[in-house]
Design a protein around this ligand. Structure first.
Ligand SMILES: NC(=O)c1ccc[n+]([C@@H]2O[C@H](COP(=O)([O-])OP(=O)(O)OC[C@H]3O[C@@H](n4cnc5c(N)ncnc54)[C@H](OP(=O)(O)O)[C@@H]3O)[C@@H](O)[C@H]2O)c1
Length: 287
């Protein structure tokens, strides 16, 4: 027996394995067994099958490409039975419904659904965030193991879909900002400005940008859309400038067109004199 088993040795799984093996005995299994070779030592063993990996430890972590891959692994003969009485921590990225479906299918298994908000290189640090949902008792049982991979554990409550929901909401914010950032890069390139200077400046002002997002979120929570410091109509003016500049500099206009499309919907809905937070009213319309 080992302290913990880990299924999945992609870039993230390998980082998890390295963080775990410095403190615990570890069993690993991966569809492509060769990926385990750099990890093997007297405290880390390679299981010949997923079933053997599950049987080897009281806590099993799964970190594979998606829930489809995870379900195929857990559906192998004997695996479900072997999981009963153990803690399964799902660290593959999925939707809240994926987590609910797995939780329903895994009766008799203490199931935690987790989301790592980190790259493999950030695993094992005291500030590495891990959102987790599921029973507090199951979390307590494997807390020292999870602390070794991510020191900043946020328990998002017992409803099993919560961690995936927080994860996707956060990723939406990140990738949304990234789309705007990449368009900003093209504006800099078109004007011969240094891209590293631009990214450093964004890093430096990111607390102010974070404050703006927080303020919009509080306004939505309170239903407070009036008395804007910067109205929807004013912000839409910036949107028009993105479109104009993209045309002038012959840039790909996919981001400006998307953004202007959102503003036009808000203006058509009569939200021009409301604050930017009112955009959520547009998005609440049935698709
Ligand atoms: N990398 C990141 O920055 C990051 C950050 C946060 C969360 N995550 C999440 O962590 C999970 C793993 O990501 P990753 O970066 O390690 O790389 P990945 O390419 O998403 O996943 C690779 C792993 O999935 C396995 N796999 C894929 N399809 C499979 C199947 N049908 N049956 C069995 N195993 C299968 C691979 O096995 P083989 O080696 O045999 O191909 C490998 O172990 C993903 O859900 C990802 O979203 C990743």
């Amino acid at each position: 027996m080992t302290d913990v088993s880990l299924i999945g040795l992609g870039p993230m799984g390998l980082a998890l394995a390295r963080a775990l093996q410095s403190k615990f005995t570890l069993t690993v299994w991966n569809r492509t067994a060769e990926r385990a070779e750099p990890l093997l030592n007297p405290g880390t063993v390679l299981a010949p099958t997923a079933l053997a990996a599950v049987q080897a430890s009281p806590v099993v972590l799964v970190c594979v490409a998606d829930y489809t891959a995870s379900r195929a692994i857990l559906a192998a003969p004997g695996v479900m039975d072997a999981l009963r009485g153990k803690v399964l921590v799902q660290l593959s990225t999925g939707t809240p419904q994926d987590a609910r479906d797995d939780w329903a299918a895994l009766s008799g298994v203490a199931y935690l659904d987790g989301a790592l908000l980190a790259t493999p290189g950030q695993i094992g640090r005291p500030d590495t965030p891990l959102f987790i949902s599921g029973e507090a008792r199951a979390l307590a049982a494997c807390r020292p193991l999870l602390d070794a991979i991510a020191g900043n554990i946020q328990h998002m409550g017992e409803p099993i879909g919560n961690a995936a929901a927080w994860d996707l909401a956060t990723l939406s914010c990140m990738f949304g900002a990234m789309s705007g950032f990449f368009h900003g890069v093209r504006i800099c390139e078109a004007e011969g400005l240094p891209v590293d200077g631009f990214s450093q400046m964004i890093g430096a002002i990111s607390p102010v940008l974070g404050e703006m997002l927080q303020d919009e979120g509080e306004a939505i929570h309170a239903g407070r859309y009036g008395e804007p410091e910067s109205s929807m109509a004013t912000c839409a003016g910036s949107g028009r400038l993105f479109v104009k500049q993209a045309r002038e500099a012959q840039l790909d206009a996919s981001f400006p067109d998307f953004l202007m499309g959102q503003f036009e919907r808000a203006l058509r809905a009569g939200l021009g004199n409301e604050r930017l937070a009112a955009m959520v009213k547009v998005l609440r319309q049935p698709a």
